[in-house]
Design a protein around this ligand. Sequence first.
Ligand SMILES: C[S@@+](CC[C@H](N)C(=O)[O-])C[C@H]1O[C@@H](n2cnc3c(N)ncnc32)[C@H](O)[C@@H]1O
Length: 241
Amino acid sequence: MAWYKDWFNSPYYHILYGQHSDAEAALFINNLSVLLGFEDHQDALDLACGKGRHSKQLASLKLNVTGIDLSEESIKAAQVFASNYLNFEVHDMRIVYKKMNFDYVFNLFTSFGYFSNPDDNITTLAAVKENLKSNGRFIQDYFNAPYIIKQLVGQHEINTGGILFKITKEIKDHKIIKTIEFNDQGEHFQFSEVVDLLTLSDFEFLYQQAGLKITHIFGDYHLGHYDPNESKRLILISEPI
Ligand SMILES: C[S@@+](CC[C@H](N)C(=O)[O-])C[C@H]1O[C@@H](n2cnc3c(N)ncnc32)[C@H](O)[C@@H]1O
């Protein structure tokens, strides 16, 4: 099974990344709302929404929101928050969800660059473009690869939620490979994350191929300036060409 189907569907992903909270999502979405000028009942698609922390915030700002994700467990957890203006569905982001339907498509918190076939990156971005109305916007939030490489610590441990996670990171073939090992209730677990180290120029190339034009670049959730060496995030806003 592909690593991302297994790991993101497990409860342990949510324990390890628990500090990336609803509050972090609210801060980011509120800043985007000011920048983009969300209007009531505009249509938004949250691609790879996980348990829906950004979708919930978008719906609270009166957008009509659909969150989609490959993980059945995450969508089940998100559906607890569903309403007339907020719905969630299991769906693969490589496949167009609804043609020319959305004012905004979001892909947040490094929910990209996972595929073993590199063509799937283009397939996903081409599907994003198809989902957008002609005047729609795509907002993508990825890690900043040069910063990740600079800050790389080979091994470390995180003790959270009663579990000691032993994490090993290495860089191979333009990817970061994170191995996560731990014991829980007498059982040993091992998961991995394998994510493309895509840089701004990689995205520029991919977006051009997919027919998207970058209009804004930011380096953090406050929408601060992007500095390739210092920024933690690479946040891109684009529109169909
Ligand atoms: C790092 S998590 C981020 C989740 C969410 N955006 C957040 O910020 O909490 C990445 C998500 O991508 C989803 N995912 C991976 N591949 C996918 C695909 N092909 N289509 C839809 N979702 C996918 C995973 O199931 C996981 O929920």
